[in-house]
Design a protein around this ligand. Structure first.
Ligand code: BES
Ligand code: MN
Ligand code: ZN
Length: 494
C-alpha cells in the first residue's frame, strides 16, 4: 500500500482537513499553539488544564473542536526529545490516524517541542516515523464490511522552519521511509509466495525501476560459480536457489558491499526445528529485505558513492535430496565445511557471498542476517549484535545504528572462540554448539573474509516482533534499512 508525505507551508489556523496531528514534548501547552487554540475556543487549554494530557512518551489525546479541523490528535514524546523520540511520535500519530480511518492528515511539531534537534533532522525523523507508523499488511485478507478510507497521504507543516533545511530532511526521511516500508513488505510475505525466484524477480523489478545493475544466478549459474554453500542449503527444496547482485553507481572509488541472508523459509532441514514458532522462519530473509530496502532508499537518495548488494537466497527444507549432518561441502572460497547441523544454514550461503564479494575490491563489506537465536539471549530484542575484523568499521556501524536508532552492540571475535568450530575432517565445521553461539557464527563468517574491512550484523532478535505497540504493528520491523542508509549517507559525506 503506497503512502506519501509532503511538506506544506499551510498555517495551523488555516488547516481545514479531517485530522491535525500535533507531536509535542512533555510540559505545558506549547506557546506556538496559542493562537490556534484561541481559534478553537480554548479546546487545547482545556485539555492541558484537565491534566488528562501532558505530553509524556506515547501519550495521546483526541480533541474534537467546534471549528476546523474536525479532529486534533495530540501525541506526546516526553521531555527533551531527540530524533528517535520525534520519529516515534510521528509513527504513533500516523498509526493512530490510519486506525481512525482518516483519508489524509496534517502533522505539526512545534519548534519548542524538538529538544536540540535541528530543522533538517526533525523533518527527516518525522517523515521516517510517519512512513513507519502507517505500514500494515492487509492484502491477503478479504476487505471488511465497514471498510474505512485508506490513509494514504500526510502533510507535514513547516511553520517557520527554513524551507530548504526542511526539504532536505524530508527528502532523506521519505526515502528511508520508503525503503523501510519496502523491506517490511517483503518480510511479511509467506514463504509459498516469496520463493528465492520471486525474491530475485523483485530485485530485478527494483533495479529496472531505479536504473540499477542487476545480475541473478540460478542454480546452473551458481554451480558454474562454485557457490557450494548456497547449493548445499538449497538442494533439498523444490524452490531453486538464486544468487542476486544489485549495483548502484553513484560515484567513483571502491564500493560498499551489503550482503543479506535470503532464506525464504528455514525449517532447519534434516536437523529440523520444533513446530513451536516455526512459522516465524518466513522472516529468515530479513537480511535480504534490509539490503533490498536499502536499495529502494538509494533509488531516491542517490548518494555519491558506489554500493553493491548481494543476496544469496535459498529455502532450507528436509527432503530426500537435502544436505545432511556429516556432509562435507566445498565453499566458493575453497575451504571445506563439515556440516554438523543443517539448521546452521545461513552462514553457509553468507560464506559464499563474502567470498564472491572479493572481486569488487570493496571499501568495506557489511553483512546482515537473522543468523542465531543466541543473539536474543545476549541482547534481547533491543540491539543487533555486531562482529567484524576492523574496529574502525565496527565503530562506524555502531554510529550509524545510533543515528538510525537501530542500535547495535559489539561482540568479540577473540582467537579462543575459533577452537569451537574446528573440524576433525574439514577446514571448519558449521556449528560450534550452544556456548557463544552468535560469536562462533561470526567466527565462521570471518573464515571466508579476505582483503577488506568487514562487519556482520546479527538481527535474529530484532527483525520481527510478536508485540503490537503504539508505533509499530506486530510482524516485520524492517530493521537494517535505516542503519545501512545512514551508514551510506555518512560515507558519501551527505
Ligand atoms: N534462522 C535461524 C536463526 C533464528 C533463530 C532467527 C530464531 C530468528 C529467530 C538460524 O538459521 C538457525 O537456525 N541458527 C541456529 C544455529 C545453531 C544450529 C548452531 C540457532 O540459532 O539455533
Ligand atoms: Mn537455521
Ligand atoms: Zn536460518
Amino acid at each position: 500500500m503506497p503512502f506519501f508525505t509532503s511538506l506544506a507551508s499551510t498555517s495551523l489556523e488555516s488547516y481545514r482537513g479531517p485530522l491535525l496531528i500535533a507531536v509535542v514534548s512533555q510540559g505545558a501547552m506549547p506557546s506556538t499553539l496559542a493562537a490556534f487554540d484561541q481559534q478553537l475556543g480554548g479546546a487545547l487549554t482545556r485539555i492541558y488544564g484537565s491534566g488528562d494530557f501532558g505530553g509524556k512518551k506515547d501519550e495521546t489525546a483526541l480533541v474534537y473542536p467546534a471549528g476546523a479541523p474536525s479532529r486534533i490528535l495530540l501525541v506526546g514524546v516526553g521531555k527533551d526529545p531527540g530524533t528517535a523520540a520525534l520519529r516515534r511520535g510521528a509513527a504513533v500519530g500516523a498509526k493512530r490516524a490510519r486506525l481512525l480511518g482518516a483519508p489524509t492528515a496534517a502533522l505539526v511539531c512545534p519548534p519548542e517541542c524538538r529538544g536540540a534537534v535541528s530543522v533538517t533532522d526533525t523533518h527527516q525523523s518525522l517523515a521516517e516515523g510517519a512512513a513507519q507508523g502507517t505500514w500494515h499488511f492487509s492484502e491477503m485478507k478479504r476487505p471488511p464490511d465497514d471498510v474505512k478510507p485508506v490513509f494514504e497521504s500526510l502533510e507535514i507543516l513547516t511553520g517557520g522552519d527554513d524551507p530548504a533545511a526542511a526539504a532536505r530532511g524530508h527528502g532523506i526521511g521519505a526515502a528511508i521511509g520508503a525503503g523501510h516500508r519496502y523491506a517490511r513488505g517483503l518480510q511479511v510475505l509467506p514463504p509459498n509466495v516469496l520463493t528465492p525466484a520471486v525474491l530475485a524477480d523483485r530485485a530485478r523489478a527494483l533495479a529496472a525501476a531505479a536504473g540499477f545493475g542487476c545480475t541473478v544466478l540460478d542454480r546452473a549459474g551458481a554451480e558454474k560459480e562454485g557457490l557450494g554453500g548456497l547449493l548445499a542449503v538449497g538442494q533439498g527444496s523444490a524452490n531453486d536457489v538464486r544468487f542476486i547482485v544489485l549495483e548502484y553507481q553513484g560515484g567513483a572509488g571502491a564500493p560498499v558491499v551489503l550482503i543479506g541472508k535470503g532464506i525464504t523459509f528455514d525449517t532447519g532441514g534434516i536437523s529440523i526445528k520444533p513446530a513451536q514458532s516455526m512459522e516465524d522462519m518466513k522472516y529468515d530473509m530479513s537480511g535480504a529485505a534490509a539490503v533490498l530496502g536499502t536499495f529502494e532508499a538509494l533509488r531516491h537518495l542517490r548518494p555519491k558513492l558506489n554500493v553493491i548488494g548481494i543476496v544469496p537466497s535459498a529455502e532450507n527444507m528436509p527432503s530426500a535430496n537435502a544436505y545432511r549432518p556429516a556432509d562435507v561441502v566445498t565453499s566458493h572460497f575453497g575451504k571445506t565445511i563439515e556440516i554438523i547441523n543443517t539448521d546452521a544454514e545461513g552462514r553457509l550461503l553468507l560464506a559464499d557471498a563474502l567470498s564472491y564479494a572479493r572481486r569488487y575490491q570493496p571499501a568495506c563489506v557489511l553483512n546482515i542476517a537473522t543468523l542465531t537465536g543466541a543473539i536474543g539471549i545476549a541482547l534481547g530484542s533491543v540491539a543487533a549484535g555486531v562482529m567484524g575484523n576492523d574496529d574502525v568499521l565496527i565503530e562506524e556501524v555502531l554510529r550509524a545504528g545510533r543515528r538510525a536508532h537501530e542500535r547495535a552492540w559489539p561482540l568479540p571475535l577473540w582467537d579462543e572462540y575459533r577452537d569451537l568450530i574446528k573440524s576433525d575432517i574439514a577446514d571448519v565445521k558449521n556449528s560450534g554448539g550452544r556456548a557463544a553461539g552468535s560469536i562462533t557464527a561470526g567466527w565462521f563468517l570471518k573464515e571466508f573474509v579476505e582483503g577488506y574491512p568487514w562487519a556482520h550484523l546479527d538481527i535474529a532478535a530484532t527483525a520481527y516482533t510478536d508485540r503490537d505497540d503504539a508505533a509499530l504493528v506486530k510482524g516485520p520491523t524492517g530493521t537494517g534499512v535505516r542503519l545501512f542508509a545512514e551508514f551510506v549517507l555518512a560515507r558519501a559525506g551527505a
